[in-house]
Design a protein around this ligand. Structure first.
Ligand code: DLL
Length: 433
């Protein structure tokens, strides 16, 4: 078993929890004295840093939301003097101003450390050649993983996203062994490789480090098969640090959260109540080592559950199940809760379509309508219309029986759904327009 930092990754839980409490106290103190927003919120509930005596006291602290980060745009949440800030990133909001996050030198150091752990989990070593096809820039994916890969000592190809033909050329010529990108871009690269007529045996690709968007087990099998690699799921968000918050190990049974830096909780998104271990709900994080942009009980809107069960890899850190959806991704269609990932699972389970789909929600009078556009394979496309009609009906009835919603299915030509070089867009909701 290979670890990057066995001392922390396999720390006995009792020792780990002592460390967490110590770090939590320091973080609460830091935000209380440096960020007026937090001080005011703590005062509203009559709380001072000295009130934190146990990890359970975390529950007394108020939540922080994305909206509050926006309200404090651009630098209102920064807990260090600007002279100490060495990097700024931002997540692009769908509307209006982005959310800004800031890092001190120590934060960059921690970030590199947890990404070194992540990459090691995924099979990267100093002998690897890693092609980083996550976007470089304000997005945390590219640069975050870059620093981790350099720390591991791998040879880094900082190619960023896009330019698919060039990606394939370098992958072959430079002997890339590890590919880091979004799962949807990995599928796109696999398709492009297939079409390019390049000799697959000349490629040295072995591992994939995929995340930044939801994907399913079925999608993993597709990618692993088509690229002939082992693919691991990595999770993170800019507000907490970026990639490197959690990573699967070779067991691929949930993502270890690097708990010596982040404390996870699961809450009921409606009531805010903390849920017991194993129950599904919204994931909340408190950072306990960050200086520039610490967050207290940040509501991620991601839905998952946690487990403390020991993992065969020997790491002691809590695991989260792969993200099952987002509270704000959940479509409520005629009263039925639908997550895009559930539809993806149905489609990929059947195995008769390409893994490219788009959900279009519209309102006809007062009635919500869901249309599922899904690409058929080249072979199917040349088939008789009758076969296609049968497939539409089959998908429709599978979605109805699995999700309880009747959807209109539209099979579309191969390559007609736009491919993404970063995060895929799976839903168009026309009801608000
Ligand atoms: O996506 C950071 C990242 C970069 C993670 C590269 C992994 C790899 P944001 O742009 O702030 O940061 O988006 C964060 O993306 O709240 C989840 O909803 C989603 N997300 C990230 N990783 C996964 C994953 C980066 N493995 C938001 N599975 C998060 C499902 C994920 N969703």
């Amino acid at each position: 078993m290979t670890y990057w930092n066995k001392h922390y990754e396999c720390m006995p839980r009792e020792e780990l929890e002592k460390l967490q409490l110590d770090r939590l106290k320091k973080t609460v103190e830091r935000v209380y004295y440096n960020v007026p927003f937090y001080r005011q919120k703590f005062q509203e509930v009559g709380l001072v840093p000295e009130d934190i005596h146990s990890l359970d006291d975390l529950k007394k602290l108020p939540f922080t939301t994305k909206q509050e980060l926006r309200d404090n745009y651009p630098f209102g949440m920064i807990a260090a003097p600007m002279s100490e800030i060495v990097r700024l990133h931002a997540s692009s909001g769908t509307t209006g101003k982005p959310t800004v996050v800031a890092y001190t030198r120590s934060d960059i150091n921690i970030w590199s450390e947890i990404l070194a752990r992540t990459l090691t989990c995924g099979g990267t070593t100093k002998n690897s050649v890693i092609q980083i096809a996550y976007g470089y820039g304000l997005f945390t994916g590219g640069l975050g993983i870059h620093y981790g890969a350099e720390r591991v000592g791998a040879s880094v190809i900082p190619i960023s996203g896009g330019n698919t033909q060039r990606q394939l050329m370098l992958m072959e010529d430079f002997g890339t062994t590890v590919l880091a990108c979004t799962p949807s871009y990995a599928i796109y690269l696999a398709e492009a490789l297939e079409k390019s007529g390049r000799d697959r045996s000349k490629f040295k690709l072995k591992y994939g480090i995929f995340g930044a968007e939801p994907w399913s087990e079925k999608m993993r099998s597709r990618i692993e098969k088509s690229l002939n690699i082992s693919a691991i799921d990595i999770y993170g968000l800019s507000e907490v640090i970026g990639p490197g918050v959690a990573s699967e190990c070779q067991e691929k049974k949930g993502l270890h959260i690097f708990e010596d830096h982040f404390i996870p909780e699961i809450i009921d998104p409606e009531t805010g109540e903390t849920l017991p271990m194993g129950e599904k709900g919204e994931l909340v994080f408190t950072t306990i080592t960050k200086e520039g942009f610490p967050v207290i009980r940040y509501r991620t809107r991601d839905i998952t559950y946690l487990t403390k069960e020991p993992c065969a890899c020997g790491r002691t850190h809590i695991r989260m199940h792969r993200v099952m959806g987002r509270t704000d991704d959940m479509l409520v269609i005629r009263g039925v809760n639908v997550f895009p990932s559930q539809i993806e699972s149905v489609l990929l389970d059947m195995g008769e379509t390409n893994p490219h789909y788009l959900l279009i929600v519209d309102r006809n009078g007062s009635l919500d309508e869901l249309e599922v556009q899904v690409e058929i394979s080249e072979a199917m496309f040349n088939d008789k219309v009758k076969g296609l009609e049968g497939l539409e009906k089959k998908i429709q009835s599978k979605i109805l029986s699995n999700l309880g919603i009747s959807a209109k299915i539209r099979l579309v030509e191969p390559n007609s759904i736009p491919r993404s070089e970063g995060k895929a867009k799976r839903v168009i909701d026309r009801r608000n327009i």
